[in-house]
Design a protein around this ligand. Structure first.
Ligand code: ATP
Length: 275
């Protein structure tokens, strides 16, 4: 994996036929309204209301156990809320993420535990969404998969045929991101992409996130504990307070670090609350 490979061209056309044009900058893609999160019979969060805009990086932060991953699972439709709604609103439509016609193609997901299928090669893993959701033939599917691997910084042609278990942790994360991008979703959800990576590999992932945002226009919702990564990539930060059990701040990270509520400033200043 060379840094130069990160410089692959970013567009190979949208896969599949009849794909809609991408959303406009700053358009609201998703609306979360009065959402409550529960686990094991107890309330983790209540009254979560915010939107996700086209082309932004929105980081979800808060102390361990506050419900960040649970929120992400609600946002992608993997978990159904007891209270509140998550609605896909891009292009003037209003589709309940938990309804009969969920926006599956529109939301790419690369989760910590969302490993690649070990019984398939990396390339086969990537081509699977195209088999399910498009009418592309095999040669076109392979072309798209190789393109997305290069986009994710895995330009070595051997990676396509490699078994997932033969890749390093950082490469597997990139391959999972490449797979999440196969249908060119306007929104990509990442759960702790830097977890377990060394600082250099983590910084390269930050670069990839920035390029996806800037050059492809993908909106990214990111759960992260890594403050360096947060300040490097996030446009806005949603802070879930573990004590108040609700979001107590939403805004640009640097602004919240200096002027946010005490708990947010403490979190963003590594435990120190500046006077
Ligand atoms: N299926 C479940 N059953 C019972 N409890 C659960 C379940 N899923 C999550 N929890 C609990 O809910 C709380 C929130 O979990 P979640 O993973 O969303 O938090 P988090 O903020 O992402 O934490 P971390 O930063 O440690 O990853 C935790 O206390 C967890 O143990």
């Amino acid at each position: 994996m060379s840094p130069a490979s990160d410089q692959a061209p970013l567009h190979a056309g949208r896969p599949g036929s009849g794909a809609a044009p991408g959303p406009q900058a700053h358009e609201v893609l998703m609306r979360v309204d009065n959402l409550g999160l529960h686990a094991g019979g107890r309330e983790l969060q209540h009254g979560l209301t915010f939107d996700v805009r086209a082309g932004e990086v929105l980081a979800i932060c808060g102390a361990s156990g506050c419900g960040k991953s649970t929120l992400l699972r609600h946002m992608i439709g993997l978990q159904t809320p007891e209270v509140g709604t998550v609605t896909w609103v891009a292009g003037g439509e209003a589709r309940d993420v938990h309804g009969d016609d969920p926006p599956r193609r529109e939301i790419g997901v690369a989760f910590q535990a969302g490993a690649l299928w070990s019984s398939m090669s990396v390339g086969e893993n990537l081509m699977l969404p195209l088999e399910l959701y498009t009418d592309l033939d095999e040669a076109q599917r392979e072309q798209q998969a190789r393109f997305k691997l290069a986009l994710a910084g895995l330009a070595d042609p051997a990676t396509f045929d490699a078994e997932p278990s033969s890749l390093s942790g950082g490469m597997r994360k990139r391959a999972a991101i490449a797979r999440a991008l196969m249908l060119d979703p306007p929104l990509l959800c990442l759960d702790e992409p830097s977890a377990g990576l060394d600082p250099l590999t983590s910084a390269r992932l930050d670069d990839l996130i920035k390029r996806l945002k800037t050059d492809v226009g993908t909106a990214i919702v990111l759960v992260t504990h890594e403050l360096d990564s947060l300040f490097a990539v996030a446009d806005r930060l949603l802070f879930l307070d573990v004590q108040a059990r609700t979001a107590t701040a939403l805004g640009p990270p640097a602004e919240l670090r200096d002027h946010g509520p005490d708990a947010v400033r403490e979190f963003l200043n590594r435990g120190e609350v500046p006077a």
